[in-house]
Design a protein around this ligand. Structure first.
Ligand SMILES: [Cu+2]
Length: 458
């Protein structure tokens, strides 16, 4: 009697809780069309595709170890998916059509649900027809906060992008399969933006310390980032803290998909303007301005402490581990003589007719067999041998890796490595995350035209 009364009470209590839960709809992330001012003032708004209709899409902020739950609602005229770039994620949630899930058709939904193990600066973006969908604006920031974050005056996420807009109408040119772009440096734009706006201005104070979270969301452009009127350190790359922050003494490259967290002090005086710029071959252009109004302190702060480390695997001895070579092939001026799609060997001419200009180890499409079949917890070296005359930003899903520096020592943790023309870059990783993981060039036009591979961890 007592027992059943107790269970009755229990279920009554449960009932009191459950209706509330049932009523709270899942958080959604809706991929849809939108319009916003991308070009300078005076131009019309640009039609974009964005998560929740804006670019960047809705920011996601959470604490290390928390759970992301989002229902992707696809209101686009194309199938799509979401990749959570840089998150050491459960494979089923990685968002790669044909490898970890099916693309989500127009009108359909997909529930993403995963834990974020690492603090840092990450981002999410469409991973179906990426060369088009990311160019149209389907990306947003995913920021995982440290439990003990550095003390800063402002924490700013700056998502860098470049757009190819019709100079008359400010609309996105729809030449996403342009063979010249695909076979050369990729789709480079004619307008750069930060957070979806041309040359935005952020209010700051002299001697204020800022955390700048730079994310390169461009299809193909390598920004060469520099600071004017500010000085400081790079404290994290691709989300992962540097054991020793690097003083920013010069410009530094930020390849597509790469991130850099900076801690900087504003040195420009009251009423002056500091800036973030990119140094291009034909001169520097401003990306964003920081308008100084007032003083945060009478002198800039001195020194910086490293960010708290993330729970990355131990990686020390890399001398007696298997080394796998991945040759990057093709493109303009090194045209493919032939390459395979599945088991079929095709000539360069046949490949070009299919819009394929690049290959990884002789494959101009993600092959059936993985490039690397790794057992769980093993250590591997991968050497990216760039036989082309273009740079490539090679990205591994599911794992961070360490760069191997020219002297053989271990460099920073990254998820995307820039391999310059003719260069070989080696990385090392512990394959501690089971699943089928994509490995590809993050110049999205290169990925679309051949630079796609994958590795398996079991
Ligand atoms: Cu590439």
């Amino acid at each position: 009697m007592n027992l059943s009364r107790r269970s009755l009470l229990k279920s009554a209590a449960a009932l009191a809780v459950f209706p509330t839960l049932a009523r709270s709809a899942p958080l959604t992330l809706t991929a849809r069309e939108g319009a916003q001012l991308i070009a300078p003032p005076g131009y019309p708004e640009t039609d974009i595709w964005g998560f929740d209709g804006s670019v960047p899409g809705s920011p996601i902020h959470l604490k290390q170890g928390e759970r992301v739950q989002r229902r992707l609602v696809n209101e686009l005229p194309q199938a799509t998916s979401v990749h959570w770039h840089g998150i050491r994620i459960d494979n089923a949630m990685d968002g790669v059509p044909g490898l970890t899930q099916e693309a989500v058709p127009s009108g359909a939904t997909f529930d993403y649900d995963f834990i974020v193990p690492d603090a840092g600066t990450y981002w999410y973006h469409a991973h179906n027809k990426s060369v088009e969908q990311v160019a149209r604006g389907l990306y947003g920031p995913l920021i995982v906060h440290e439990s003990e974050a550095p003390d800063v005056g402002q924490d700013l996420v700056l998502m860098l992008d470049d757009w190819r807009l019709d100079p008359e109408t400010a609309q996105i040119t729809q030449d996403f399969d342009n063979g010249h772009d695909l076979s050369h440096a990729g789709r480079l734009g004619n307008l750069t933006t930060v957070n979806g706006a041309f040359d935005p201005s952020f209010p700051v104070q002299q001697n204020q310390r800022l955390r700048l979270r730079l994310v390169n969301a461009a299809n193909a452009r390598v920004f060469t980032v520099g600071l004017d009127g500010m000085s400081g350190w790079i404290v994290a790359l691709d989300g992962m803290p540097l054991a020793e922050p690097i003083p920013i003494e010069d410009t530094f490259p930020l390849a597509p998909a790469q991130r850099a967290d900076l801690l900087v002090d504003v040195l420009a005086a009251d009423a002056e303007t500091a800036s973030l710029f990119s140094q291009e071959r034909d001169g520097a252009f401003g990306l964003a301005r920081f308008s100084v109004a007032g003083q945060a302190a009478s002198t800039p702060r001195s020194g910086v402490r490293p960010l708290p480390p993330n729970p990355l695997p131990e990686l020390t001895d890399i001398n007696n581990v298997p080394r796998h070579e991945m040759r990057l092939q093709g493109g303009a001026m090194r045209w493919l003589e032939s390459a395979r799609i599945g088991e079929t060997q095709l000539s360069g001419r046949e490949l070009a007719q299919l819009g394929r200009f690049w290959a990884l180890n002789g494959y101009a499409e993600r092959p059936e067999d993985p490039f690397l079949d790794a057992s769980l917890g093993s250590v591997h070296r991968i050497a990216f041998v760039n036989e082309t005359v273009f740079p490539h930003a090679m990205h591994l899903h599911g794992h961070h890796f360490r760069l191997i520096l020219p002297d053989g020592s271990l460099g920073p943790w990254r998820d995307t490595v820039l391999v310059e023309r003719g260069e070989t870059r080696e990385i090392a990783l512990v394959t501690d995350n089971p699943g089928n993981w994509l490995l590809h060039c993050h110049m999205l036009g290169h990925a679309a035209s051949g630079m796609m591979s994958w590795y398996r961890v079991t």
